[in-house]
Design a protein around this ligand. Structure first.
Ligand code: FMN
Length: 194
């Protein structure tokens, strides 16, 4: 699989980290395209002590990535900006309300917005891991709009029934749910009743 992973300025840097770790070790994943917004870098610095845009995948993983290539946010000429590039899914994790709004209205004002817009027009999987609370009517309407257009709104909500003991456990369980949604069920995922 070829997957685009976009990091935006919502809280949840740990989710991005766990997501990348899972993709790197999954043999079904051939290539990962990484794009991060400016605000994502700010949140990463606040929450994970990660600073700077360079070699972001390596900073997230803690080791050199084998299949991730990073694109500048302003590079609307990157492969993932075109429908002709074969891509299986795009996941925005975490997804800010700002990026959600841009996708809902098709503004395509940076590579994240354009790549998401391409997923919608090509009828490809687009998963938005939105995080905000409480939600305004504007947020809710934008979530409705992207759902009508074919995206999956996948709110960052912990599964208390899995009884996570740490933030890592709670994040991993959430990330496993997202991965299963795009066809990458993980062998060590918690499954209720299993
Ligand atoms: C530490 C921190 C946490 C934030 N958490 C959220 C959040 O959970 N959800 C959200 O929509 N915006 C959040 N924001 C605000 C966004 O980063 C801001 O709206 C930004 O413009 C989004 O830009 P982007 O969509 O290009 O990443 C947060 C900002 C900071 C600095």
């Amino acid at each position: 699989m070829r997957i685009t992973v976009a990091l935006t300025g919502a809280s949840g840097a740990i989710l991005a980290q766990q997501f990348f770790l899972a993709l790197e070790s999954d043999t079904r994943v051939e290539k990962v395209h990484l794009v991060a917004s400016e605000a994502a870098l700010r949140v990463l610095a606040e929450e994970s002590g990660i600073s700077g845009r360079q070699n972001l995948a390596q900073k997230l993983l803690g080791f050199p990535p084998r299949k991730t290539i990073q694109h500048p946010i302003e590079d609307v000429g990157a492969a993932i900006a075109s429908g002709s590039y074969p891509l299986d899914a795009m996941v925005v994790i975490p997804c800010s309300m700002g990026t959600l709004a841009g996708i809902a209205h098709g503004t395509a004002s940076n590579l994240i917005g354009r790549a998401a817009d391409v997923c919608l027009k090509e009828r490809r999987r687009l998963v938005l891991c939105v995080r905000e609370t409480p939600l305004s009517l504007v947020h809710l309407r934008n979530m409705t709009a992207v759902t009508e257009a074919g995206a999956t709104v996948f709110p960052v909500v912990p599964a208390f029934y899995a009884q996570p003991q740490t933030m890592e456990e709670a994040s991993r369980h959430y990330v496993h749910r997202v991965l299963a949604h795009i066809g990458l069920a993980q062998p060590d995922a918690f499954i209720w009743g299993a």
